[in-house]
Design a protein around this ligand. Sequence first.
Ligand code: ZN
Length: 314
Amino acid sequence: MSARLLGLHHVTATVDEAQADLDFCLGVLGLRLVKKTVNFDNHGVYHFYYGDERGLPGTIWTTFPYKGWNVPKGIHGKGQVTVTAFSVPSRSLDFWRSRLLAAGVSFVDLTSGFGEPVVELNDPSGLRFHLVGSDGDVRTPWTGAGIGPEHAIRGLHSVRMLVRGSARTLELMTGMLGWQVVGEAERATRVSTGGDGPGHVIDVVQAPETPVALNGIGTVHHVAMAIGSDDEQRRLREELMTMGVSVTDIRDRQYFQSIYFREPGGVLFEVATVSPGFTVDEPLEQLGRSLKLPPWEEAERPTIEAGLPAVAHA
Ligand code: ZN
């Protein structure tokens, strides 16, 4: 089957404090804030989108800062994405070690199961990130935090998801969803779609002995894959329903349209359209500067703004 999904679209996590999240993602990682909006399902909580200059699919990391909402700390485990990996040039890993040291962020050096050099760190909420040294990633990085283009994050590299047993997960991914197996390591299967470079990769890891994940602060909520058009998304949704997968209706997320479903291992998948993207409601150079609300919420702006914590960012 030809690839129907173009690669990763974004990864979304529940984090603690809004300001700490901004400071870390902008100030330490050097990502661009490409949209400041609210959780469409809870207007008292921000939704931050970080990425490259435009927030292209495959570069996007998004957070819901839930501090103050009595959301418990989550548990990393099976049925969840437990590592979000970003792509940097291999020769830049030393730069990143120094940068993290200077920022007081502890890290460890590892080699991934697929042979790549990795710097592993946690964000302020306890989310696990990998900086993966990957050469030949031609994506143009955002360089807003003073990190030169030779070192800056190119975008997402991959995610690592834990499941009890991977057979049914891989059956769905390599069947209807069109992913291809591109690597096997101990307990891990690497699949890719729309190419096999950074931004196109998921590592499915069998971890039967690991605790079951609990959604909460410091955990990834879902991983989204990119699809080229509304028509393809509608078709995929129908096929999933025919197969008995419980899939949501098509939701308007203002910057893309989405469907959501759980794969057999329990990980929440989203399939999101590439269009219209983040310039639909503000010009490219202004992205992320002001609070954007979907048109259907504009009438509530004063109430919504009053309920959100004040934040400062460049
Ligand atoms: Zn999403």
